[in-house]
Design a protein around this ligand. Sequence first.
Ligand SMILES: [Zn+2]
Ligand SMILES: [Zn+2]
Length: 247
Amino acid sequence: MQLTVLGCYGPYPPQGGCCSGYLLQEENFNLLIDCGNGVLSRLQEHLDYRNLNAVILSHLHADHVSDIMIMRYGLEIAYKSGLRSKPLPLYAPGTPEAEFERLPYKNAYAVNTQVPGTDLQAGPFTIQTRTGIHAVPSLAMRIESPSGTLVYSSDTEYYCDLEEFASGADLFLCEANFLEVDIEKSLPNHLSSAQAAQIAAAAGVKRLLLTHHHPEGDLEVSLAEAQKYFTAAEQAREGEKYIISAK
Ligand SMILES: [Zn+2]
Ligand SMILES: [Zn+2]
């Protein structure tokens, strides 16, 4: 299982950066997790977007969704020119309804509601979801294949179930939009890097990748705060590939 970080900033990118998007590949199956602004362009550095097999959106905030509204034009052209024959399966939480209703477009996507607690099979990946604590319904994902396990927090505040959900993951991709000073001010909706690291330690994950970087944040400070609790914590980097293996 190979993860490519396409974009890892939120809620907006810095110059040259990109919002949330992760390409997960195994056995020639190409799954796109989140599709924020800039992701379609970045994706094409690694894969012809017409060869995507499925997309899953963690939640319907624009920094995770906005390039869905752009990729549809390319897909529509691909169908007309015979370069793609089937709508792209797209899984997303069904609310907020007004946002969900914006996802279908002609034949671009086969849109499905992803209900938390139900397993989804996408190619070699079995995907479980769990609702986090965020301004809108936001789905953490546990994605397993015979070769390994990826857990992605999505955007969320701290909740204790996340430790159990991430238990034993080979790679834990966890949002860390905040620093400890933000948590002390009781800012809502996101985790600090220290909280992500504490969850990673409690869950016994093998590898922790911090993501959803704040565009004005200091990644060195964020990493140092995380490493107090999980010494092997790393910051996600755009363009990097990570092999996920149970071995
Ligand atoms: Zn976000
Ligand atoms: Zn969000």
